[in-house]
Design a protein around this ligand. Sequence first.
Ligand SMILES: Nc1ncnc2c1ncn2[C@@H]1O[C@H](COP(=O)(O)OP(=O)(O)O)[C@@H](O)[C@H]1O
Ligand SMILES: [Mg+2]
Length: 145
Amino acid sequence: MKKLTGGTKELDVPSIFGMPGLGKTTLAMKVYNNPSIVGHFDVKVWCDVSQSYNRRTLLVEIFKQATNDNSEIKEDVDIADKLQKALKGKRYLIMLHDIWEVEAWEDLGLCFPNGEYGSRVMVTTRIEQVATHLQHCGELILLDF
Ligand SMILES: Nc1ncnc2c1ncn2[C@@H]1O[C@H](COP(=O)(O)OP(=O)(O)O)[C@@H](O)[C@H]1O
Ligand SMILES: [Mg+2]
């Protein structure tokens, strides 16, 4: 919680790692819905990444939640660019729930603009390789048995 609301004004990416059943989803959900977190961010997005990850589908989903705009987005629209513009200047919290592959993070991570607003992208994962990669982007929270 302190990591999300305090600390650096730069974009920070804390992540939660642990094997299935340890309580990652429960913890992430509690934090995400906590009133002090809800009140702190301009934009909040919960995104289930899942194993059958599709970049465009997820970016569309993130954009829709971020803007509360449910209208159809045409195939030829550069959704990454649209999302970047929608998030710019805002203090956002994006929860990327259950990332399975490093590539998914590399694809999505580039779409989130940096800025001095205290935005956060939080990740949960059960994959050690993803956790190892993410520890360079922000604090890694290891859930023990
Ligand atoms: N702190 C906790 N104390 C007791 N039970 C918990 C706790 N956190 C999670 N659980 C329970 O453990 C199970 C697994 O939690 P979940 O959040 O789905 O784990 P994960 O996402 O790591 O697979 C769920 O039934 C959940 O209700
Ligand atoms: Mg889970």
